[in-house]
Design a protein around this ligand. Structure first.
Ligand code: NAP
Length: 327
């Protein structure tokens, strides 16, 4: 049997993608086969789709670090055919073919049963971006609870950033949204930001070792100069959740924010987090953290993916892109 996938090939160091028909393999013991109804686009997928060997070593390959759908062949005692499930991260979409194909074969231990109160479309509107935002919010939540200062979110219009803005505002905290997109002010306000800071203005002044405390905590999705700039601006005992690197991998800081203000720099790695943690986050999203993400998503087909990948690589996406596979 054949299935259709967004398929990336390498020819003489040049990477190109097509919608291809691939042969469906039977799942090995301990693996399940999933008929994917929805996937989503994350920054890491765009890197895999464009030949970044730090993400995907060998091509041809089917990217897609997120998938939701139904078990089609449960070669494991943990699932039965027809179970509705979600898979995010681990090696899927890196070196194990992922959700940009209509079928995936993955180890049963990577798979979460989808909560009933969440559709596959809603699950993929959240995806790895939402899990990362949620993991970051859990890191900062306690430290910012008793402060009146806002929480700073960088890359605020992006996938991780926009869900972080929504979650923090839903939890009753003010959010300052840091963005490069002057056209997205209304969008950011509509999802809960109370104050918008433009990236160019933010980076205009030199960074000092310690600055006036302006934020209770922060979620940084971009790294580089922006992460370096925010560390001295966090109030005593705040937390900065560090989860992304689109602006750079280096951080320039002194020890002052740490030894004079007790700052915590908390790393986030949602892809490799334990399945029990992922399950608990999915249950939160289906219940007390239920979000209406309809204003945040763009639903696309495999044929539309390339233009969305090109846009995310340029930093131009707003919100989340959900891939819908046909019946
Ligand atoms: N640690 C983890 O577990 C984990 C999981 C998921 C993703 N990530 C990482 O998180 C980051 C965001 O992922 P995503 O899927 O949300 O991507 P995304 O949708 O493209 O969001 C990134 C946002 O960052 C801003 N940005 C882009 N280029 C920039 C630049 N050169 N300088 C400053 N800001 C820039 C843009 O927002 P504005 O225009 O609003 O500023 C962009 O929309 C990526 O680095 C990704 O690898 C990490």
């Amino acid at each position: 049997m054949k299935y259709s996938a967004y398929y990336v090939e390498e020819n003489d160091g040049v990477f190109s993608a097509s919608i291809s028909e691939l042969e469906l393999q039977k799942p090995e013991d301990g693996f399940v086969q999933i008929r994917v109804s929805h996937s989503s686009l994350n920054y890491k997928d765009a890197l895999s789709a464009s030949g970044n060997k730090g993400v995907t070593r060998n091509y041809p390959f089917v990217p897609g670090i997120d998938a939701a759908g139904k078990i089609a062949d449960a070669n494991s005692s943990h699932f039965i055919d027809g179970d509705e499930v979600i898979v995010t991260g681990y090696d899927m979409g890196m070196n194990t073919p992922g959700g940009f194909g209509e079928y995936i074969n993955v180890p049963a231990k990577w798979v979460v049963k989808k909560p009933k109160n969440l559709s596959t479309l809603e699950a993929m509107s959240i995806g790895t971006a939402g899990l990362t935002a949620a993991a970051s919010v859990l890191k900062i939540h306690e430290s910012s609870e008793n402060s009146d200062l806002p929480v700073l979110v960088s890359g605020a219009t992006g996938g991780v950033g926009s869900i972080a803005v929504m979650l923090i505002s839903m939890l009753g905290k003010e959010v300052s949204a840091l963005t490069g997109k002057s056209s997205s002010t209304d969008f950011l306000k509509s999802i809960g930001a109370s104050n918008i800071i433009m990236r160019d203005d933010y980076l205009q002044t030199d960074t000092k070792a310690l600055e006036r405390a302006s934020f209770s905590s922060a979620i940084d999705t971009v790294g580089g100069k922006i992460l370096s700039k925010m560390l001295p601006q966090i109030s005593p005992h705040g937390v900065v959740a560090c989860c992304g690197n689109v602006a750079g991998i280096e951080v320039n800081t002194t020890v002052f924010p740490f030894i004079l203000r007790g700052l915590t720099l908390a790393g986030i790695d949602s892809a490799e987090s334990p399945i029990e943690f992922k399950t608990s986050i999915w249950n939160k999203f289906a219940d007390e953290w239920k979000l209406d993400l309809s204003s945040l998503i763009k639903i696309v087909t495999k044929e539309d993916l390339q233009q969305e990948i090109d846009l995310i690589l340029k930093g131009g996406q707003q919100g989340r892109v959900v891939l819908e596979h046909g019946e």
